[in-house]
Unconditional design. Structure first.
Length: 590
């Protein structure tokens, strides 16, 4: 059915004559067939958000409904691809229209001509339910794509074939209990605003290793968890997210650039194909899906990009993979929400954001989790959601930051003063927190020993004590402090500079394994313990204690190659004990 445009207000179009259409239906607007989605219905009048530039569109233009909600295509060919906010493949569009996207261009998300070799893993006659793995396709050298029966499909597998097929070719036929024969292809479609089903959800209990010491040791994130990275302009949000995308020990990364500057997205597009995945030895793009909706692209598509990305992530989660969704940034997404709400003339909430801002954020983050997938084979997958927040002026009391903090369980608060001091990642250890610590403690105790969490707690206590002592130093100077207090300041300085600070552009320091992190932290705390013992025995020449050769070697210890760090750190420990004992001048040994 079709209707007529009666009002155009930027990306908002009002049309009448659509009485049989439904909320969230996708429509085509005007001669150029611009893609839009119905937001509200009043009688036969529909308010439509158009995902493309509406200049030149006027009253009287024809609006045609597709009768289906905004959906994504799921199947082989997703990985290594770059999509816009509504899953249009940008590489193929560039080949058709050049470097700018022509309005109304329609290109299928999955290549219809490419053939994939499908290998069945079940035989004809098997009983099938939604989520059962029918076969496999080697999509990239890093990822085996599992072809699943669509959710909701139940019946007996009558036929299944192997060989080279296009995503639209029939690979199997299932006979339902009602006697209907349903053809199955390698491609599924799924509405983006509806979360994909699973059997049950578990409490996240395994840490996500990002290789960033301040994150993994101090404020860990669990696989299947949620995290926010808020911070002002220039504090390093994008670099933190790039590091998470590059180094996290997940199988699939879905990176969503929803409204950030084009040059930042360009960095991702240029860097990722050249990066080698430390877990597989293959290019990182072999396990990555990029969604680019930069600040100069249509604002309405920015709002949809979040849902497009997390639906693709859920699809890979359902195969039993660990998936990370990285959204940069949810503030730009919320601004798109605010603009559309204003054009719909809805009652504004705080700072003009719609009253439903918090619930929409929750709908996104609640789709994360560690689940048992459909199919009955017990396979588990996880979806970890990490969102950047860009509060104006770094003020985290604004609505997007506050709503996000009420939902997520990990808060990595970026600090502009640390960034200006060239301390990166600029995560403020006094403001950040992780609510997964208790849930992850059994895993850490079993895998890395009980000392890991004990050392982490001691390090946090030293950093907090340093913050209190700095207030005294500002008033009376450091020389007036006692020897134990001077030692506390020195140990905290070592933690800040030698442990928390990390250089993303130096190969040996860009990634640090949990074992290396644990060893480095134990070396710093052992130095503190030895100096503390010396001071306790009356040796109060702290300047000499802080000047021993082992102290300097600790500062360079994070640059030790992974295969050498065990021996190097043990050598530093032995040297440290000898040098401090020598300072005691033959006194009682420590």
């Amino acid at each position: 059915m079709s209707g007529k445009v009666v009002k155009v207000s930027g990306p908002l179009v009002v049309a009448t004559g659509l009485a049989d259409a439904d909320m969230s239906d996708v429509v085509r607007v005007g001669e150029q067939k611009l893609i839009g989605e119905i937001l509200t219905m009043t009688g036969d009048s529909a308010s439509i958000q158009v995902y493309e530039e509406t200049s030149g569109l006027g009253p009287g233009a024809v609006v045609e409904t597709t009768g289906a909600p905004l959906s994504v295509e799921l199947g082989p060919g997703l990985l290594e691809n770059i999509y816009d906010g509504i899953q249009r493949p940008l590489t193929e569009i560039r080949a058709l229209t050049g470097h700018t996207i022509a309005r109304g261009v329609s290109v299928p998300a999955l290549n219809r001509e490419r053939e994939w070799y499908f290998t069945p893993v079940v035989e004809a006659g098997a009983e099938i339910t939604g989520g059962v793995i029918l076969g496999e396709v080697q999509e990239t050298t890093a990822i085996l794509h599992r072809i699943m029966a669509p959710p909701g499909l139940t019946g007996t597998l009558k036929e299944i074939r192997s060989g080279l097929f296009k995503v639209t070719d029939v690979i199997a036929r299932v006979e339902t209990p009602a006697g209907e024969t349903v053809p199955v292809t390698m491609m599924q479609k799924w509405p983006v605003r509806v979360s994909r089903p699973y059997r049950r959800k578990f409490t996240p209990s395994v840490p996500l290793c990002s290789g960033q010491r301040v994150i993994d040791t101090m404020f860990p994130l669990a696989k299947g968890g949620t995290a926010a990275v808020p911070g002002p302009f220039g504090s390093g949000k994008t670099v933190v997210q790039h590091q998470l995308a590059k180094w996290s020990d997940v199988d699939i990364v879905v990176y969503i650039g929803c409204g950030e500057r084009g040059n930042e997205m360009t960095d991702v597009l240029m860097e990722f194909p050249e990066l080698i995945d430390p877990h597989t030895g293959e290019p990182l793009m072999k396990r990555t899906v990029l969604i680019a909706n930069t600040s100069d692209m249509p604002v309405a598509a920015r709002e949809a990009s979040i849902y497009t990305g997390i639906t693709i992530a859920e699809y890979f989660r359902d195969m039993g993979y660990d998936v990370a969704v990285i959204a940069d940034s949810t503030s730009r997404w919320a601004e798109a929400l605010r603009e559309m709400s204003g054009r719909l003339e809805e009652m504004p909430g705080e700072e003009g954001y719609p009253a439903y801002l918090a619930s929409r954020l929750a709908q996104f983050y609640e789709r994360a989790g560690c689940v048992e997938c459909l199919g009955g084979d017990g396979r588990r997958g996880s979806l970890t959601a990490i969102g950047a927040v860009s509060p104006p002026g770094g003020d985290t009391s604004e609505p997007v930051s506050q709503a996000t903090m009420r939902i997520v369980k990990v808060f990595w608060g970026l600090d502009s003063s640390l960034a200006y001091a060239r301390h990166f990642p600029a995560i403020n250890w006094l403001n950040s927190y992780s609510l997964y610590l208790d849930g992850l403690r059994p895993h850490f105790d079993q895998t890395y020993g009980r000392d890991f969490f004990a050392n982490r707690d001691r390090a946090m206590a030293l950093l907090q004590e340093e913050a209190e002592l700095q207030e005294i130093v500002k008033l009376v100077g450091q020389d007036s402090l006692s020897a134990p207090d001077r030692l506390t300041l020195e140990a905290a300085k070592m933690l800040r500079e030698d442990f928390l600070q990390q250089n993303a552009f130096v190969e040996l320091d860009a990634y640090s394994s949990y074992e290396k992190q644990a060893k480095l932290l134990s070396v710093i705390l052992r130095y503190y313990d030895l100096c503390s013992a010396a001071i306790g025995k009356g040796y109060d020449d702290t300047l000499s204690l802080f000047s021993i050769g082992a102290r300097e070697r600790i500062g360079r210890a994070k640059m030790v190659p992974p295969e050498e760090y065990e021996a190097a750190y043990d050598l530093i420990l032995r040297e440290m004990e000898l040098q401090i004992n020598d300072l005691m001048k033959g006194g009682e040994e420590l």
